[in-house]
Design a protein around this ligand. Structure first.
Ligand SMILES: [Zn+2]
Ligand SMILES: [Zn+2]
Length: 299
């Protein structure tokens, strides 16, 4: 499989002179296997992915897997040119909103409401179908893709793609589970046994995710912050380099790719951190890399 990164930034696109090396577009990764193209997330990076697919001059039969429907993961879809071309077909998978009782299709359509965009999603020329996706396994064109629920302030999935003995995991936004009452004001009046139960629960949830990633060849994962930045951003739904390094080691991941970079962080800062993280990974015997727009990997 050929993996290409089209958008690696978290939260908001940040084009400009300080983001040239790693890139300013938001989340989008494509995986090509023979004639099938699988796209993970449709942040602003999907625009350039679409231009690339158009340049191949072929009918496109694509599958798009949305991790979750926050802006930075869907905002590029209305600018994805292949979706406008009759004869192309796309199947879109992603979590619905059980809280608001909205299907994936309804949520995707809302961003092209009359007030926000000149064309309705229902007017796109390609044949597009939507599939609400929860935890489980999806079979797509002979690919087995399993999903795992992540910890984020909206339903969010990681996708595990197995093909030809190789495993690629695309994780959406995720913050490791923790007992939110431990070391908090509210927790002070709570029974220690109950707190221990909550500790255990968080531990089990994190273990489940490590199990999902176990022995994967490549895991592409949210790594927005370092520990220092995380202190003021707890509960925002993102991971730290440190937590991911621990997970990669526990889950015996062969290579972890840190992505969803914090928009405030410049090329210079990310390059420095990438060197530090790579060195730690080297000592712990796994590979680590920061994602960059335009990066290509053969797996
Ligand atoms: Zn995000
Ligand atoms: Zn998000």
């Amino acid at each position: 499989m050929k993996i290409r990164y089209w958008g690696v930034r978290g939260s908001v696109p940040v084009p400009g002179p300080s983001t040239v090396k790693y890139g300013g577009n938001t989340s989008c990764v494509s995986v090509e296997v023979d004639d099938t193209v699988l796209i993970f997330d449709s942040g602003t990076g999907i625009r350039e992915c679409g231009n690339y697919l158009m340049s191949l001059g072929k009918k496109i039969n694509g599958k798009i897997f949305i991790s979750h429907t926050h802006w930075d993961h869907i905002q590029g879809f209305p600018f994805f040119v292949p979706a406008y071309v009759p004869g192309n077909t796309f199947e879109i998978f992603g979590p619905p909103s059980d809280v608001q009782n909205l299907s994936l299709e309804q949520i995707m359509a809302m961003q092209t409401n009359y007030e926000y965009f000149p064309i309705r999603i229902s007017q796109l020329g390609a044949d597009i179908t939507y599939n609400d996706c929860r935890e489980g396994t999806v079979n797509v064109n002979g690919f087995e893709i399993s999903t795992c629920r992540l910890n984020h302030p909206v339903a969010c999935l990681a996708y595990r793609l197995n093909h030809d003995g190789k495993t690629f995991i695309y994780g959406g936004d995720h913050e490791p589970y923790r007992n939110v009452y431990r070391d908090s004001k509210e927790g002070e009046s709570m029974d220690e046994d109950f707190l221990k139960e909550l500790d255990e629960n968080a531990y089990m949830q994190n273990n489940k995710i490590a199990g999902f990633c176990r022995k994967a060849d490549i895991v592409s994962w949210d790594a927005q912050y370092n520990e220092e930045e995380y202190k003021s951003k707890r509960g925002w739904g993102h991971s730290t380099y440190e937590a991911n390094i621990a997970m990669a080691q526990n889950a015996k991941i062969k290579k972890i790719i840190f992505s969803h970079h914090e928009p405030m962080n410049s090329d210079e800062k990310l390059a420095q951190r990438e060197q530090q993280c790579k060195e730690i990974a080297r000592q712990k015997d796994f590979e680590l890399e920061f994602s960059r727009e335009g990066m290509e990997i053969d797996l």
